[in-house]
Design a protein around this ligand. Structure first.
Ligand code: ADP
Ligand code: ASP
Ligand code: MG
Length: 465
């Protein structure tokens, strides 16, 4: 992506594929900037964040996470808060654990030289935890307190997410109400910090999104204020072609579509929460993933459409995760038995299990499920499937990792699947499952968990090196 300042003070964002994202007067522009936990882990990081924000007048709405890890085996404040909840559940004292949380925030306040005092907030929160406050309320205090400090440091208003982000009775985001109310509230503030990760239920209790959910808050705020761009600042220079913890120095993806990002994020590219694209996608607001520690890097631009003739690699990225099982069901003449699939899915539904994939053959049907949901109900679920389908044989394969190869450039390019399978085969890895979406946006393979990293490397090297 190129950022082209013009003489008249306006600015153009042009992707490497020469798609102009926008071209607008600089002074009119509004950016929503979200900073993740590693970007706000200590005072040094706060200073970098403030410098980034102050370097452009357009960065007026800020979404903040709780303090994350300062070093590898550090503990995120969100996890420290979950531990306090657990201690209370076990009727244990939280004095020591809570003191560590206070120390994290007091350290930041002191090192920033702020004349600011959060003790009354600490006392109120600790009292609520001791009196069995809800798990989500407790976890949300990490972003609540950090955002108060950031607002003070920047001289921005603090706008609590519980005033403007609403969930329905079913615990899903109430998009309409949130948009309406949040837009009204934000219009009253020219500059504001909003805590990420949480909102409020109809009964007034706090509810959080799933882990990493501050990315969703950033997207909601961007949509509510009608931002020109949603910048998501983290500790890597964009969405990388593979998980940097598995593949050495993977390339940065310059431009990616919302659909590709969702696939990669869902399949384990945790740099961005997979649900964060929805609020901005509706309005076509581009997301720019940037690195707080290297603000000079252009990062990754996420947009609705990119000309597929202008891709430099056939694949856009690779992602994966461990912790799956394959339930393989065999029955002769399954192909002619009407309602067979329904019976299997009904058994899954009865056990409240979502399936990830359903690859099938003539007389076999496989169901790929997440171990977290499946293992606790394994015995009764298999018995239920057996009873309903009268299968000849049901086998379960545990310890499966799924790897997704994603790319808008794959559709219609002959031989892509062959190259994926060839690379995996040449690395001596046995493929346990294959699935390809009809949109040809992804190819998903299941391999043994022990082969996970080797599989990512083999595919990466085939297409990138
Ligand atoms: P934040 O605290 O800013 O929200 P996260 O830890 O949630 O940051 O996400 C950033 C991390 O995501 C990176 O440090 C990296 O280890 C991990 N990650 C996994 N897959 C990818 C990928 N494909 N591209 C970039 N980062 C990735
Ligand atoms: N602090 C929350 C978490 O650790 C939310 C976030 O960082 O986005 O999951
Ligand atoms: Mg994150």
């Amino acid at each position: 992506m190129l950022i082209i300042p013009k003489n008249n003070g306006s600015i153009s964002y042009v992707t490497l594929e020469n798609t102009i994202i926008f071209d607008k007067g600089y002074l009119e522009m509004v950016k929503v900037v979200k900073f993740g936990g590693s970007s706000l882990a200590d005072a040094e990081q706060f200073k970098k964040v403030a410098e980034i924000i102050k370097s452009e007048d357009s960065r007026r709405y800020v979404v903040a996470s709780a303090p994350g890890k300062r070093y590898d085996d550090d503990i995120k404040v969100t996890d420290m808060l979950y531990s306090c909840y657990k201690l209370v559940k076990e009727n244990k004292d939280i004095d020591e654990a809570f003191k560590l949380i206070e120390d994290r925030y007091n350290g930041i306040i002191k090192d920033l030289g702020l004349d600011f005092w959060l003790q009354p907030e600490f006392d109120r929160i600790k009292n609520a935890i001791v009196h069995h406050a809800g798990r989500d309320y407790i976890a949300s205090r990490g972003e609540y307190l950090n955002s108060m400090i950031l607002a003070k440091y920047l001289g921005y208003d603090f706008v609590d997410a519980e005033e403007g982000i609403f969930f329905t009775e079913n615990g899903v985001l109430d998009t309409e109400k949130t948009n309406e109310e949040l837009t009204k509230i934000l219009k009253e503030h020219t500059h504001a910090v909003v805590p990420g990760f949480y909102g409020v239920m109809p009964n007034g209790t706090i509810k959080t999104f799933s882990r990493g959910g501050s990315d969703i808050t950033g997207s909601i705020v961007a949509r509510a204020i009608g931002a020109d761009i949603y910048e998501n600042w983290t500790d890597v220079s964009g969405m990388l072609m593979a998980d940097p913890r598995c593949v050495k120095n993977p390339k940065v993806i310059n431009t990616i579509t919302y659909a590709e990002l969702r696939e990669l994020a869902y399949m384990g590219a945790t740099v961005m929460h997979e649900d964060a694209i929805f609020p901005v996608r509706e309005k076509g607001i581009p997301i720019n993933i940037r690195n707080t520690n290297k603000p000079e890097d252009a990062g990754t631009m996420i947009v609705s459409k990119v000309d597929s003739n202008k891709v430099d690699t056939v694949i856009t990225g690779i992602a994966g995760k461990k912790g799956f099982s394959v339930i393989s069901i065999e029955k002769s003449m399954m192909n002619a038995e009407i309602g067979f699939g329904r019976k299997v899915l009904e058994a899954l539904e009865n056990h409240k299990i979502c399936f990830e994939h359903l690859p099938s053959g003539i007389d076999t049907m496989s169901v790929v499920v997440n171990d977290n949901d499946f293992l606790p109900v394994k015995e009764t679920l298999i018995a239920d499937i057996q009873r309903k389908t009268k299968a000849d044989n049901i086998s379960v394969y545990n310890g499966i990792a799924l790897v997704a190869v994603v790319g808008r450039g794959m559709a219609g390019v002959k031989g892509t699947a062959g190259r994926v399978f060839g690379a995996i085969g040449n690395a001596g890895i046995n493929i346990r499952m294959i699935d390809q979406g009809s949109s040809e946006l992804n190819i998903i393979v299941g391999v043994a968990e022990d082969d996970y990293v080797k599989t990512l490397e083999a595919i990466y090297n085939e297409f990138v090196k």
